[in-house]
Design a protein around this ligand. Sequence first.
Ligand SMILES: [Zn+2]
Length: 243
Amino acid sequence: MVCRLCKKDRRLLRESHIFPEWLYKPLYDDNHRFFVLSTDVNMRRGTRPKGIYQRLLCHECEQRFSKWEGYARDVFYDLSLKVVEDDRAVVFSDLQYTPFKLFQMSLIWRASITSRPEVHRINLGPHTERLRKMLFENRPGEVYEYGSILMLPTLSQELMQQFVYPPESIPTKIDGHSAYRAVFGGLFWLFIVSNHSARLPHQEVFLSKDGNLPVFKVGGPAVKFMQQLASDFFAAGMLRDSK
Ligand SMILES: [Zn+2]
């Protein structure tokens, strides 16, 4: 069996989650605080859908991913991080650029290589291999290279907190750049995958090298998209009614 990250032939590959389980829970609550994970078993019971798993990585590579994911989880759940909020965005500061950026990149890469039917088929072309190399070599790249933009839709998190929506290609390019949208942890994520992303005009939308991560408050299209998703999911019986 060949590990998809290091490409070495391994006796056994790990049953890896495609997306970390904690992304199935909301990262933000209605009181505009980022959540602390509940240790109350009763609160957790039945609220977490099953994750999606596939044998993709060897033990060593899995460890690497765990490190980035553990860091990202701390960012969202650790209230000791400095957070500044204004009308436009919630901005985290003092993040470590490398693990958080690699975490973001790992989400879109894993979505692109899995064959699980629950995940949309996305074809990143040559970017899949470029992403693999960067992940393998621990190279987070420039802020605009495979950067993602995080948005907090201004509607009740109740609706959004019970599913993840794996990345799918957006129908129209943004300024000529291909992009993929997803819902993780009740946030709307936009991944920019483009050869000429260095030309993107507003690079402050990404995680900066000095560790500022903006999460933009949005209405309009992102809200509509997420509402549509939620009602589709309810219609398909994939979400339990929380009332
Ligand atoms: Zn490996």
